[in-house]
Design a protein around this ligand. Structure first.
Ligand code: CP3
Length: 345
C-alpha cells in the first residue's frame, strides 16, 4: 500500500476475503422514512428525484443513520431509477405508490448524450460524503442491475412478477438484448464514476432476479452483471463489487461463479448451509429478515445469533435480507448492531 492511501475499511477487508472481527454492519435502505429526521428533511424537496439530485440533501440523508448508529458503511442516497432518467426516459415518483416511467417501446430512443451531466450531482454528493466521513467508514456506490432496470423501463412501473419484461424478452429477445447492452454500458459507467468520486466499494441490486427462469437468469442477470464486474475491475482494479440477486434461490451459486463478484448479498430465505457454501467462494452479506425488526425481542435476537454464529468465521458482512421497512422502530437498529458486534467480537 502506498503511504498516501488510508488503510482499507473493515467492509473492504471482508470483501477481500478476510474474516473481520467484529463483523462490519450496514443495512440496505438505512436512510429513509423509518427515521423521523429523514421525513423532516424530505419535506425540503418538491419531489423524490429532486431530493436525489440535490447534493446537500442527499449527503445529509446519507449521514443521518451514520450519526445515529455504529454502521461501518454508508450507501449514497440516490435511486436505481436515476439511470433510465439519465438515458432520457421520463421517470417520476407518485407519493405513496412508487415509481412511474413512460414505458419504453424501443431502446433506440435512449441516449448517452446527457448522461454524465445528468448524474453529476450523484458524484458531487459522493465526493462530499467521502470528505465528511471518517476514513474507517466505507462509502458504497450502487446501481440497479440491467434486468431489474429493464423491468421498470418496459412496464413503466413496478409490476406483478415483472410480467411485461418477461413477455417482452421472449417475444423479441434481440431487442431485449439491445436494451440490456445499453444498460450494461450505463451501469459500468455509473459505477466507475462513483468510484472515481470516492466510493470504496459498489453494490449491484438485481431486486427482481427472482422472476427469471433458469436460462433467463443466466442470460439477463448473470451474464450482464459479469460484464459489468469485468468492466469495473478493468477500470478500477481492487475496488470490490457486491451482487444482490434477490430471490435467486438455487441460482445463487451460479450467480457467484458466473459473475465473479467479490461479495454476494443474500435475501432472508437463503438457508445457513447454502450461505456457508457460498462463503467458500465469496464474501457473504446478509441476511436478517427485515420483518424481525418490527417486534424485536427474542425472535429477532435469536435470528441475529444464528446468522453470526454460522458466518463469523469467514468473510462476512452483516446486513438485512432486503431493505429496512418503514415501520421499523429506530431503536431496534441499535439493538441489532450491538448484538452483532458482541456475537462477532
Ligand atoms: O439507504 C439506502 O439504501 C440508499 C438509498 C436507496 C433508495 N433506493 C432510496 C429510496 C437505494 C439503494 C435504493 C435502491 C432501489 N430503488 C431499488 C433496489 C433495492 C430494492 O429495494 O430492491 C429499487 C427496486 C428502487 C426503486 C424504487 N425506489 C422503488 C420501487 C421505490 C418506491 C417504494 C418505496 O419504498 O417507496 C423507490 C423510492 C425510494 N428509494 C425511497 C427511498 C428512501 C422512498 C421514497 C421517499 O422517501 O419519498
Amino acid at each position: 500500500m502506498d503511504a498516501a492511501s488510508p488503510a482499507p475499511t473493515s467492509l473492504v477487508r471482508a470483501l477481500r476475503g478476510e474474516a473481520v472481527h467484529p463483523a462490519p454492519v450496514w443495512f440496505m435502505r438505512q436512510a429513509g422514512r423509518y427515521l423521523p429526521e429523514y421525513r423532516e428533511l424530505r419535506r425540503q424537496a418538491k419531489s423524490f428525484l429532486d431530493f436525489c439530485y440535490s447534493p446537500d440533501l442527499a449527503v445529509e440523508a446519507t449521514l443521518q443513520p451514520m450519526r445515529r448508529y455504529a454502521f461501518d458503511a454508508s450507501i449514497i442516497f440516490s435511486d436505481i431509477l436515476v439511470l433510465p432518467h439519465a438515458l432520457g426516459q421520463e421517470v417520476w415518483f407518485v407519493e405513496g405508490e412508487g415509481p412511474r416511467l413512460t414505458p419504453l417501446a424501443d431502446p433506440a430512443l435512449l441516449s448517452f448524450a446527457g448522461f454524465d451531466a445528468h448524474l453529476a450531482p450523484v458524484y458531487e454528493a459522493i465526493r462530499r460524503l467521502r470528505a465528511a466521513l471518517p476514513a474507517e467508514k466505507a462509502v458504497l456506490g450502487f446501481v440497479g442491475a440491467p434486468w431489474t432496470l429493464a423491468t421498470y423501463m418496459i412496464a413503466g412501473r413496478g409490476g406483478h412478477e415483472q410480467w411485461a419484461a418477461r413477455t417482452f424478452a421472449s417475444k423479441d429477445p434481440e431487442t431485449f438484448a439491445a436494451l440490456i447492452d445499453i444498460l450494461v454500458e450505463a451501469c459500468t459507467r455509473h459505477l466507475v464514476a462513483q468510484i472515481e468520486a470516492g466510493a470504496d466499494a459498489v453494490q449491484i441490486f438485481d431486486s427482481w432476479a427472482s422472476a427469471l427462469d433458469e436460462t433467463g437468469f443466466v442470460r439477463w442477470s448473470v451474464d450482464p452483471i459479469a460484464r459489468i464486474v469485468a468492466g469495473v475491475r478493468a477500470a478500477k482494479p481492487g475496488v470490490p463489487v457486491i451482487g444482490f440477486p434477490r430471490g435467486a434461490g438455487f441460482g445463487y451459486r451460479a450467480f457467484v461463479e458466473g459473475t465473479k463478484v467479490d461479495g454476494v448479498s443474500l435475501d432472508w430465505t437463503v438457508p445457513m448451509d447454502a450461505a456457508r457454501e457460498l462463503q467458500a467462494r465469496a464474501c457473504v452479506q446478509g441476511n436478517l429478515d427485515p420483518a424481525r425488526l418490527i417486534h424485536g425481542g427474542a425472535p429477532m435476537l435469536s435470528a441475529v445469533d444464528h446468522i453470526c454464529l454460522g458466518l463469523r468465521d469467514g468473510p462476512f458482512i452483516f446486513n438485512l435480507g432486503h431493505g429496512i421497512s418503514l415501520e421499523t422502530p429506530p431503536e431496534r437498529v441499535t439493538e441489532v448492531i450491538d448484538r452483532v458486534k458482541e456475537m462477532t467480537a
